[in-house]
Write a protein that binds this ligand. Structure first.
Ligand code: 13P
Length: 295
């Protein structure tokens, strides 16, 4: 069923586990994600970024695919805009039928971030949808942003930010970054800061850059209060590799069979990740949460 991110993440916050938020650009990925969630009895969040919407799958189309798949399974599925920067993109996905939106104004100075996030949060909440904001800035791994302390989330500022914007969950910068880390280096995470953030905010916290961050880091981040982990790069890598292997093993393989190889590999990757972050077997939410199913 399609639900808001808030339904999913409040439960994760209460029970101290994390939910995958996975980028999805086509039907095979949507099937891999919902299939994995169903097999694992795990809640899941489907993400698409504005760039991916433009290049691969319009939000109006993705809503149809995700709703169709989500309606057939009992597990809760949320559909979220990943890194919505432009106002128009945020509004467009809400009108298309997304259940959640991330407004990412983290590249702006603080007051502008507050202003933009508060506006989108108000519009989304009026429609019964949930909102993620970002404070500090999770940059790009190849730029070395994972180690830039000035990008990390400040605890006092985070308290003020949440109070003034009303976001339902907050993406924090504690040392991960998006994409491949140079030479597969595992980033060093600021767990002390994460602990302080969780103690202060007591709300669902989000970790971006869930690829290549190291299993030990991920497990520890979840134990200290991360409830949503965004993953894109590693999912696409697994799909691509399986397709390349299938073509190498049988150069005459049919196009449709190549797609299925990619889909199966992505589903397996997701199921394994769900086990690590504790969302496997967690779909039994209270009836109140389930009542908030999105139409
Ligand atoms: P990765 O591509 O590093 O997994 O990051 C995904 C992400 O954070 C999307 O918001």
């Amino acid at each position: 069923m399609l639900v808001t991110m808030k339904n999913i993440l409040e439960n994760a916050n209460d029970e101290n586990y994390a939910v995958m938020a996975i980028n999805c650009t086509n039907m095979e990925q949507a099937k891999a994600i919902v299939g994995a969630a169903n097999e694992e009895n795990a809640p899941v969040i489907i993400n698409i970024s504005p760039r991916q919407m433009k290049a691969h799958c319009e939000p109006e189309l993705l809503v149809k695919i995700v709703k169709h798949l989500a309606e057939k399974v009992p597990v809760p599925v949320a559909l979220n805009l990943d890194h919505g920067i432009e106002y128009e993109d945020c509004i467009r996905v809400m009108e298309a039928g997304f259940s959640s939106v991330m407004i990412d104004a983290s590249s702006f100075e603080y007051e502008e971030n507050v202003r933009r996030t508060k506006l989108i949060a108000r519009i989304a909440h009026d429609r019964g949808l949930s909102v993620e904001g970002e404070l500090g800035h999770v940059g790009v791994a190849v730029n070395g942003d994972d180690g830039k302390l000035d990008l990390y989330t400040d605890v006092e500022q985070a308290l003020d930010f949440v109070k003034r914007t009303g976001v339902d969950c907050l993406a924090v910068a504690i040392g991960t970054a998006h994409g491949n880390y140079p030479k597969n280096m595992i980033p060093k995470l600021d767990f002390e800061r994460l602990e302080e953030l969780k103690n202060a905010l007591k709300m669902p916290l989000v970790l971006h850059g869930g690829s290549g961050a190291g299993e030990e880091n991920i497990r520890k981040a979840v134990s200290l209060g991360i409830n949503k982990i965004n993953v894109c790069t590693d999912l696409f890598k697994h799909g691509r590799q399986a397709m390349a292997d299938a073509i190498q093993a049988n150069p005459k393989i049919d196009y449709m069979d190549v797609q299925i190889e990619g889909q199966n590999a992505m589903q397996k990757f997701i199921q394994d990740y769900m086990k690590v972050i504790g969302s496997s077997g967690k779909y039994n939410f209270s009836s109140t949460s389930l009542a908030a199913e999105v139409e």
